[in-house]
Structures are given as structure tokens and as C-alpha cells.
Design a protein around this ligand. Structure first.
Ligand SMILES: [Fe+2]
Length: 301
């Protein structure tokens, strides 16, 4: 036994070395870097024992509030910018490809396949919006037939169907396929800004630090096509509040588009609309490459 006092660096060294024997090289790298950075963080801020206890309480509360509908861990990742950071690391897309952004906590797989032009709202949800455009190859500009758009959004009550016990399960979500010429169209509603769920530990962090919980209005889409990288992104409404202060840092200027306001006597008014509506042209360019499964860490079903 060596004599001498034990300091913080000795403890870090032992904790890092404890993973030396891990067979899985990547797991060893992750765990050793995690220990180094955690200890480095504590050293940098001079973490007190009371603050350490508070952090444990916050993590405990995060676990308690999380269930198959509420994913507080993703909210932490989103509001700390980690979700966007990891997305940027994973998706270095070519120049002309449509940019990606976060999945968010409200994606639910298994939306119904709907026909060209169909309405995703299953009950009244706001100003009708005709969303249309093409899916194209980012390198050649050629249209992609049979690409799938998986869309979901909120309505004028700010809620996604998964948050709203009053809404039908498939309200404001659906899957669409592009036609031979790469075109798609669907009826949506104009999305509205919404606060992320702020009645839990993430909301308390935002309030304590003087941040707001709001996200600018957007429609979510995942675009999948064989032979192309799966794209997870949003389309943002150019007129929305909070474009410059999205609480999850997901706005990229190239994803901000114009919802064109239309009158009911406009000759292009879709059947069934008898009041003001709007249209949104949104062409999406996919990068060639392998498709991928979209992770859904919050739900196992
Ligand atoms: Fe969203």
C-alpha cells in the first residue's frame, strides 16, 4: 500500500481504469470518456454535495414522470441541444440535400397510409393547409417515385394526437407515397407554436434559468425511399413566433417555408374547403445512401 493522500485525480484515474478490461472496445471508449467528462465537469464548477444531491433528485423525477406517452429524457436532450448536436454528427448531408432536424418526442410509428391529397385531420383542427411538392434525388434532381412521407403535426389546440385524450389515434398524422413523377400532396392544417411539456423537471429548469418552453410552428416529416438516406426533418412556418428562439434549437434557415394564404374563392381551392386556407410548396431532396430505422427510444410498441 502506497502512502500519501488520495485526491480527485486519483479517483478519476481509478474509475477510468476500471473499464480497461471491457471486451467491447466501443463500450470501453464510451464509459471511460463519460467518467473523464463527468469528473471534469464536477471539477470545473466545483460541484457541491448539495448540488450533486439535487442532480440525483432531478434524474429521479425524470424517471418518474416518463412513461410510454411522456419522454422527459428526450426533453432534456432536446433542451440542452444534444439531440440537434447528435443529429448533426450523424447526418453530414451533401450540399443540395434537404437538411435534417430532430425527431422530437411525439413521433409514433404506424401512421395510416393515406391516398394522394387526403386530409390528415380527423376532426376540426385549424386553418386547412394544402402541402404539396416533389421528392427528388439531391445529386441528380431526378424525381423519386414511391418515396414515403410520414407526417405528424399539432392542431390549433397546440396538441399532438398522442398528447390529446380527446383526439382519434391517427388525427393529424399519416403516410403518403410519391407518384411516378415524384409528386405528393396532402391536406393538413396550419401548425401553431406550442410549449414543450413544462410541468416536469425540464420545465422547472427552463423557468429557473429564464428560458421559455416554446417551439415555433412546424410540421414533422420523415422521408424514406429505397437507396436513399432516411431524412428526419421539419418544415417551419415563416410567419411563426419563436423561429429565433426555438427551445430545442431545431430551426435551420433552409427549413423555413412560406404558407401562402388563400381565399375560399381561389380557383385552386380543394373540394370541401369553404373558408380561408393556405398552401405550402415543399420539395425535399434526398441524399443517396443506405436507409435507416428511425429510433424511437420512448416507446417499445
Ligand atoms: Fe413538433
Amino acid at each position: 500500500m502506497e502512502s500519501g493522500r488520495t485526491g480527485p485525480a486519483d479517483i478519476t484515474g481509478k474509475a477510468v481504469a476500471s473499464f480497461d478490461g471491457a471486451d467491447d472496445e466501443r463500450l470501453r471508449e464510451l464509459m471511460q470518456a463519460l467518467v473523464r467528462h463527468l469528473h471534469g465537469f464536477a471539477a470545473e464548477v466545483g460541484l457541491t454535495q448539495q448540488e450533486w444531491r439535487s442532480a440525483i433528485e432531478v434524474l429521479t423525477a425524470t424517471g418518474h414522470i416518463t412513461d410510454e406517452r411522456r419522454q422527459e429524457f428526450i426533453l432534456w436532450s432536446d433542451t440542452l441541444g444534444l439531440s440537434m448536436f447528435v443529429d448533426a454528427l450523424a447526418n453530414p448531408l451533401p450540399e443540395r440535400a434537404t437538411e435534417s432536424t430532430v425527431l422530437g418526442p411525439f413521433y409514433v410509428p404506424g401512421s395510416p397510409l393515406r391516398p394522394y391529397g387526403a386530409d390528415i385531420s380527423e376532426q376540426s383542427a385549424g386553418t386547412p393547409a394544402l402541402v404539396h411538392g416533389r421528392i427528388v434525388d439531391a445529386t441528380t434532381g431526378e424525381p423519386i417515385a414511391g418515396a414515403e412521407l410520414d407526417v405528424w403535426q399539432n392542431g390549433d389546440n397546440r396538441l399532438y394526437a398522442v398528447q390529446d385524450p380527446e383526439a382519434p389515434e391517427h388525427h393529424l398524422r399519416g403516410r403518403f407515397q410519391t407518384r411516378e413523377d415524384g409528386t405528393y400532396a396532402f391536406r393538413a392544417v396550419r401548425p401553431v407554436p406550442y410549449p414543450i411539456p413544462d410541468d416536469g423537471p425540464v420545465g422547472r429548469m427552463l423557468a429557473a434559468t429564464g428560458r421559455h418552453p416554446w417551439r415555433p410552428a412546424h410540421i414533422h416529416v420523415i422521408v424514406r425511399a429505397p437507396g436513399y438516406q432516411t431524412l428526419v426533418t421539419h418544415v417551419f412556418d415563416r410567419e411563426s413566433r419563436y423561429l429565433d428562439s426555438d427551445t430545442v434549437f431545431a430551426v435551420k434557415p433552409s427549413l423555413v417555408r412560406t404558407f401562402v394564404e388563400r381565399d375560399p374563392d381561389d380557383p385552386e381551392t380543394p373540394a370541401g374547403i369553404d373558408g380561408p386556407w393556405c398552401s405550402l410548396e415543399c420539395t425535399v431532396a434526398l441524399a443517396p445512401g443506405p436507409a435507416r430505422e428511425v429510433a424511437d427510444p420512448g416507446r417499445t410498441a
